[in-house]
Design a protein around this ligand. Structure first.
Ligand code: 4FV
Length: 243
C-alpha cells in the first residue's frame, strides 16, 4: 500500500506515521509514505497558498492551483488515476467497513485542507471521496489522514504481528470487542474472570461473544442493526432485553 499525502505540514504526517507498527511496516516495505508539500506549488511570489473567500466571511481559503499542481505531481507518475480522499467535516463518516474497502487499494491520495477549506473547483476536479472522522471541527486534515492511514494499515497483510488480531477486532461482525485481561491473575484484589483461566476454548469463545453482545447492547445499540448475529446471539440478546 502506498499513501500519498498532499499537505502543508509534511513533517506532521511523517512524524505521526513513522513510529511504532506503521513505522516498522514502512521499514519492511509493506507500506510506503509519499508526502507532498502543497506550498512547494504556490504560484505567487510570497509563497502563499490561501486567499480571502469570495463573498466575504471569516478566515481564508486554500487556492485551487497549488492543490491541483501538487496532485498532478503525484498522478502524472502513476499508471492509473489514484483514489483521492479529501478530509472534511462534510464527508462520509469513516468507519471500519470503509477501512476494509480502502485497504483493497494499491495507492491512496489524501488531501489535507487548512483554514476554512479548499476552493470547491479543484475538489470537483480531483476528489473521489470526501471523508470525515467525526462531527467536530479540526484545524487541519492531517490528523484525519493519519487516523485513516492507521486504520487501513492494520488491514494490510503482514503489518500486524498477528493477522488474527485484525480479525477479532472491535466492529468484527459490527460488535464491540470483549474485555481484555493480562497478568497478574489478581490485581488489587480484582481477579480475572475464572472462565478465562479454564483453558476451555469453546467456553472462552462463548463468554467473549456474550460480553461483546452485552457491551454492544449497553453502549452502542445502534450497531446491532447491521451486526452479523447468529440465532444463538439473537436468543441471548432477547434474554438480555427481558431483564
Ligand atoms: C475534518 C473532520 C476537519 C475543517 C476545516 C480542516 C477541518 C479545516 N476533516 N474530519 N472532522 N477538517 O475538521 O475530517 O480545513
Amino acid at each position: 500500500m502506498i499513501f500519498h499525502v498532499l499537505t502543508l505540514f509534511p513533517d506532521m504526517i511523517r512524524d505521526g506515521f513513522q513510529t511504532s507498527i506503521t513505522g516498522r511496516a514502512v521499514e519492511k516495505g509493506l507500506l510506503s509514505l509519499d508526502t507532498v508539500n502543497i506550498r512547494d506549488f504556490s504560484v505567487n511570489k510570497h509563497n502563499r497558498v490561501d486567499d480571502y473567500p469570495y463573498g466575504g466571511g471569516a478566515g481564508m481559503v486554500m487556492q485551487a492551483e497549488p492543490v491541483y499542481l501538487a496532485y498532478q505531481s503525484v498522478a502524472e507518475k502513476l499508471p492509473k488515476k489514484p483514489k483521492v480522499l479529501y478530509m472534511s467535516p462534510q464527508g462520509k463518516v469513516f468507519n471500519q467497513r470503509m477501512a476494509e474497502e480502502l485497504a483493497q487499494e494499491e495507492e491512496l491520495v489524501f488531501l489535507c485542507g487548512h483554514y476554512e477549506g479548499i476552493d470547491e473547483r479543484v475538489l470537483e476536479e480531483i476528489v473521489d471521496e470526501e471523508v470525515s472522522i467525526g462531527d467536530y471541527v479540526l484545524t487541519g486534515g492531517e490528523l484525519p489522514a493519519l487516523v485513516i492511514m492507521d486504520a487501513v494499515s492494520r488491514l494490510v497483510g503482514g503489518v500486524l504481528h498477528n493477522e488474527d488480531s485484525a480479525e477479532f477486532d472491535s466492529f468484527h461482525d459490527n460488535l464491540l470487542e470483549y474485555p481484555q485481561y493480562s497478568r497478574p491473575e489478581v490485581w488489587r484484589d480484582k481477579a480475572v474472570p475464572p472462565i478465562l483461566m479454564s483453558g476451555h476454548h469453546a467456553n472462552v469463545e462463548k463468554w467473549r461473544r456474550e460480553q461483546s453482545l452485552i457491551r454492544t447492547l449497553e453502549r452502542r445499540p445502534d450497531l446491532l442493526e447491521n451486526a452479523n448475529l447468529t440465532k444463538q446471539d439473537k436468543k441471548f440478546l432477547a434474554k438480555l432485553k427481558e431483564v
